[in-house]
Design a protein around this ligand. Structure first.
Ligand SMILES: [Cu+2]
Length: 492
């Protein structure tokens, strides 16, 4: 109560007025004996401010000690084409131009005045359901807005926590599947404890008419969505949004806080950071804190706040531990930690960007910039080798490794491979169609799956010429014509 009076006096001198002082005194007295105010409903608001909105992976400044305010949130819905992965584009529907939508940061007692604008170039009406709202539809009923219009509605945030917001316009699943979700944080009085780094990450599953990796503009596939058969499961809207140059960063000794949400629409996330233990998890984004957690479950339409101190340098891989989603569908991000090694904590050999506790698939996935491909038509053998090496380092490297050495028990070697050298057409077929079932390479048995690689005839010719002319292989030259022949003849 002493504190309240002090704050009230301070506010008084800031020119807020006698009314505020009386108000606070009244509540403090009425509340005597109890620790908190009777209800967040009664928290008075002082002044008005524009909410700072940020795009992922950034979050707005912490609320700190600020009093509850009338908070103006100005959000624009944009339907726009973006890149899902190399060569694959998708029409995203977004809150604020990004997937997930802009991060909103509030504190308990704030009165949010929400301005929802639907850009005139958009094709559809939308609305917003914020899980932080107490009221019918979480705001959906009052926010239904047609293209070229704006809706305004207000709500008071009563419960601290991390909440999902999403579009709730029919067909709801489709609006969410196209990227219409984001997070709104409600900090407690006085704010969350300060940490060194904060980031915003949200998982989502996507359903496209073409298979994973199939090139071109891919429309939404309603049947796959109903069947929960996702082609892409990603963090922050696309494959590679948090890898390579887009990785989030921290320095040794810092505490990292991740605001992690799951937009769904269907899948539940088993959120895990390879090589880290979460010191604290605000379970389901609520008040209860669990400590020393390896993997935390984030429901569709739910969230969690995860905190950990980084003690050693290296690249830490963020995954949905439903692990095929990470290595085959995109749910993989990176946290790059810089600083001094501490051999008492981790003595292993550290390689920049590469950390392999679970096999060969965890690699620095190339950023989309690196993946933008120029014309791959090689005019000279040197060019064929150059282009082939590029494709190898973007595509095959993740499993077969930089020198074609493979990973024991998981990925067969391409260097001095008797299997590879025995039959060119068969090798071309493997790259075009993938390979499953037991094979023997240099006397070792492998029984795994190589997914088919979505490459053009030129790219296959170049990469295989590169492989055949590297690491002690048989120096064959593969031409696009040879690839075309195999492509058109499934019996080869
Ligand atoms: Cu919508």
């Amino acid at each position: 109560m002493k504190l309240d009076i002090k704050l009230a006096v301070a506010n008084y001198f800031k020119g807020i007025g006698v009314l505020g002082l009386i108000c606070i005194l009244f509540f403090s007295c009425a509340d005597d004996g109890k620790k908190e105010l009777a209800s967040a409903v009664d928290i008075p608001v002082f002044q008005e401010m524009e909410a700072e909105l940020t795009s992922p992976p950034n979050v707005p400044r912490p609320v700190g000690e600020r009093k509850a305010k009338k908070l103006i949130v100005d959000m624009e819905i944009l339907e726009k084409e973006g890149e899902m992965t190399n060569g694959v584009s998708y029409v995203y529907w977004t809150f604020g131009g990004t997937v997930p939508g802009s991060f909103i940061r509030t504190r308990v007692g704030d009165e949010v005045e929400f301005h929802l604008k639907n850009h005139p170039d958009n094709k559809l009406p939308h609305n917003i359901d914020l899980h932080a709202v107490t009221g019918p539809g979480g705001g959906a009923e009052s926010s239904f807005v047609a293209p070229g219009h704006e809706k305004v509605f207000s709500f008071k945030v009563l419960n601290p926590g991390l909440y999902v917001y999403h579009c709730a316009t029919a067909p709801v699943g489709m609006h969410i599947a196209n990227g219409m979700y984001g997070l709104i944080l409600v900090e407690p009085e006085g704010g969350l404890p300060l940490v060194d780094k904060e980031y915003y990450i949200m998982q989502g599953d996507f359903y496209t008419e073409g298979k994973n990796g199939e090139r071109g503009l891919q429309p939404f596939d309603m049947q796959k969505a109903v069947d929960e058969n996702a082609d892409y499961v990603v963090f922050n809207g696309k494959v590679g949004a948090l890898t390579g140059d887009n990785a989030i960063t921290a320095n040794v000794g810092e505490t990292v806080r991740l605001f992690v949400g799951n937009g769904g629409p269907n899948l539940v996330s088993s959120f895990h950071v390879i090589g880290e233990i979460f010191d604290k998890v605000h379970i389901e984004g609520g008040d209860r804190i669990n400590e020393n957690v390896q993997t935390t479950l984030i429901p569709a339409g739910g969230a969690a706040i995860v905190e950990f101190k980084v003690d050693v340098p290296g690249t830490f891989i963020l995954v949905d531990h439903s692990i095929f989603r990470a290595f085959n569908k995109g749910a993989l991000g990176m946290l790059k930690v810089q600083g001094e090694e501490d051999k008492t904590i981790y003595s292993g050999e550290l390689r920049d960007d590469i950390y392999l506790p679970e096999g060969g698939g965890i690699q620095s996935m190339p950023t989309t910039d690196e993946l933008v491909k120029a014309d791959q038509t090689a005019k000279t053998p040197e060019e064929q080798m150059k282009f082939g090496k590029q494709t190898y380092m973007q595509t095959c490297f993740a499993c077969h490794q930089a020198e074609g050495q493979g990973v024991a028990g998981a990925f067969p070697p391409l260097s001095k491979s008797d299997y590879l050298n025995a039959d060119v057409d068969r090798t071309i077929g493997i790259v075009l169609n993938g390979l499953t079932g037991e094979i023997t390479v240099n006397g070792e048995k492998y029984n795994s799956i190589m997914t088919r690689q979505n490459l053009t005839d030129e790219e296959v010719a170049n990469v295989l010429t590169y492989v055949y002319n590297s690491w002690g292989n048989s120096k064959k030259v593969v031409t696009p014509q040879m690839v075309e022949k195999v492509r058109n003849n499934p019996n080869l």
